[in-house]
Ligand binder design. Structure first.
Ligand code: BGC
Length: 303
């Protein structure tokens, strides 16, 4: 197997002229540590960046470089698919291409998704409404592709390997960033597409008040922002009686600023993966899809 380059540097994307962050973090694995059949690619499509990495699905760890492209503006499906295609090409590039169905691709998208079709577009181009994302990404990359809601896939990473590991009962994973994403798990099984960032709060879409982007847009201090976020958590608590809230997304990195203002009774944990959950979870979802496809192929045609 060829060795992928492992470096820390900024590169320039020759296609868009945009910057591409290339780097590894402490705890990442190196190619010599893994088996190719355990690898999948995870891609996280966010408001400002589209990030991706190769992930070892047995450990939930990133292998080698993470890449990031700026999200095209507007974020039209065809442009985003082009960026994902390029990311996948670069991530797979250094490896031996003759590895069977190595490198299935998982993509987390900030939308409700059913049967591979994106159904909403709260913070992305309206062209995503009714878009056959899984089909088109599969055609563009030539690989097994699984798409999922970005918060759902981030939640999968936290439940499998992170703060929700071994947690039974009802768990919410919340991603607080450009938007507010929610992932609901019952005894480790996901109830997809909950979209509770759009609950009504004080007569408004909750996301408009409690997203991290809202803090800057409304010019709120941490205490003021936390009051709104706390009211939001109380609403979830009142309606669902969860056993645990896991806080992820950009705001989880600055939890020191607001945790002391949260008054819900439900225990709160910080996402272990922080901003990496989306990449790792997407890779896990891709691996599940690869297993399903293999099982179907092994079963052969129905009688
Ligand atoms: C979208 C969700 C997404 C969340 C976080 C919301 O605006 O409706 O689908 O999970 O943002 O990105």
């Amino acid at each position: 197997m060829a060795e992928p380059p492992v470096t820390d540097r900024m590169a320039t994307d020759p296609r868009t002229g945009g910057s591409v962050a290339v780097g590894t973090k402490p705890g990442d694995l190196q190619p010599a540590d893994v088996r190719a059949s355990d690898l999948a690619i995870g891609i996280d499509f966010g408001g400002s960046g589209i990030k991706g990495a190769v992930v070892d699905v047995r450990s939930g760890k990133v292998v080698g470089n993470r890449l990031r492209f700026p999200t095209p503006q507007p974020s039209m499906p065809s442009d985003v698919v082009g960026v994902v295609e390029e990311l996948v090409r670069r991530l797979v590039g250094p490896w031996d291409p003759n590895e069977g169905d190595a490198f299935p691709v998982g993509v987390g998208i900030p939308a409700a998704i059913r049967n591979g079709v994106t159904l909403t577009a709260a913070n992305i181009d309206p062209g995503w409404i009714g878009y056959p994302a899984e089909r088109d990404l599969g055609l563009a990359t030539g690989r097994t592709v699984a798409v999922g809601n970005d918060a759902d896939v981030a939640g999968v990473a936290e439940i499998r390997f992170g703060a929700g590991r071994y947690q039974r009962g009802l768990v919410f994973v919340l991603t607080i960033g450009t938007g507010v994403g929610t992932a609901l798990f019952i005894d480790g099984r996901i109830v997809p597409n909950t979209e509770l960032g759009h609950l009504e709060l004080k007569g408004r879409d909750a996301e408009e008040l409690v997203a991290e982007s809202a803090r800057a847009r409304l010019g709120l201090g941490w205490r003021e922002w936390a009051a709104g976020f706390d009211a939001y958590l109380h609403e979830l608590e009142r309606l669902f009686w969860p056993d645990l809230f896991i806080l992820g997304g950009g705001a989880s990195k600055r939890a020191d600023n607001y945790l002391q203002f949260l008054t819900v009774e439900t225990p709160i944990a910080l996402a272990t993966f922080r901003n990496n959950a989306g990449i790792v979870g997407a890779a896990l979802v891709a691996q599940e899809r690869r297993a399903q496809v293999a099982a179907l192929a092994a079963r052969g045609p129905l009688p």
